[in-house]
Design a protein around this ligand. Structure first.
Ligand code: ATR
Length: 275
């Protein structure tokens, strides 16, 4: 009867998902387990097909499997189809696999929890980066109703491809022009890997950014990136990347274990302490 789920990645030891789901399983006293599942890319499809046979209710998927998993699903929900990546799998009773993507939800939920008075329709948003994480953030912001989205990436072609795939009021900004793109913005999101431990910092002059604009970084190692430190120093509200990681886990847990968990200060502190 024990309900099983887990996370497929390669490598997977760094994943915080077992700690997040383990915290909730213990908190709610549920008969369930959530396992790290190291799966080599060559065996991804075999592993995915095996989930139902092993009695798993579903799984999360992390780097490098999020895009490849799409092709192995029997169906995708609308958000996973738009993002072109799956992070959450539901194993249905008939053996079919449904791919979902909860990263956009996680981003929005974290932002709303941290800054409840952020008004998406009030001002343009600036997104730095056009990789996999950017796609989820852009979907979240378009769905939230931002009036304009300034997409700024080092490789312009990737930003153009993302805009063409998702549609909506996206304006492509050259990487060199990132500082001036901040004028009049209500939100800035770093989705690049810049600022992550071991990578160069994100260099951006914040002088043109309105003082009320929210600054968020999806990097969570470290929790306080140099971007967030600079924004905090000039009085902008800031949101770190850990909230998105915690909130993206909520829908999967609810689907597999039948209880909707909460992202509490205790969970945040426990995972932050493990980083
Ligand atoms: P993820 O799936 O986590 O978003 P990714 O797809 O590799 O990872 O994307 C990384 C992002 O960081 C990209 O937007 C990348 O810019 P490019 O598309 O030009 O590669 C950005 N990035 C990484 N290193 C960078 C650097 N030194 N300067 C500017 N942008 C950088």
């Amino acid at each position: 009867m024990t309900r099983l789920a887990g996370v497929l990645g390669w490598p997977v030891a760094h994943s915080r998902s077992p700690a997040i789901h383990g915290h909730w399983l213990a908190q709610h006293g549920l008969d369930g387990a959530y396992l790290p599942l190291p799966v080599h890319p060559d065996r991804l499809e075999t592993a995915l097909r095996g989930l139902s046979a092993l009695g798993f209710r579903g799984a999360n998927v992390t780097v490098p499997h999020k895009v490849a998993t799409c092709a192995a699903m029997d169906r995708l929900d609308a958000v996973a189809g738009r993002i072109g990546a799956v992070n959450t799998i539901i194993c249905h009773d008939d053996g079919s696999l449904e791919g979902r993507n909860t990263d956009a939800y996680g981003f929005s939920a974290a932002l709303t929890q941290a800054v409840p008075d952020w008004r998406p329709a009030a001002a343009p948003a600036v997104v730095l980066g056009a990789g996999g994480a950017a796609r989820a953030v852009v979907v979240a912001l378009l769905d939230a109703g931002v009036p304009a989205l300034r997409l700024c990436n080092r490789s312009r072609e990737k930003a153009e491809a993302l805009a063409a795939a998702l549609g909506g009021p996206i304006e492509i900004i050259a990487w060199e022009d990132r500082a001036s793109a901040l004028a009049g913005a209500g939100l800035v999101v770093n989705t690049t890997s810049l600022g992550m431990t071991g990578k160069p910092p994100l260099e951006i002059d914040l002088d043109d950014l309105p003082a009320a604009a929210v600054v968020t970084d999806i990097v969570y190692t470290p929790l306080e990136t140099s971007l967030l430190a600079a924004a905090r120093g000039r009085g902008n509200p800031v949101v770190d990347g850990l909230g998105m990681l915690l909130h993206q886990a909520v829908p999967g847990f609810a689907a597999w274990y039948g209880t909707t968990p909460h992202v509490t200060p205790e969970l945040y502190a426990a995972i932050a302490a493990s980083l």
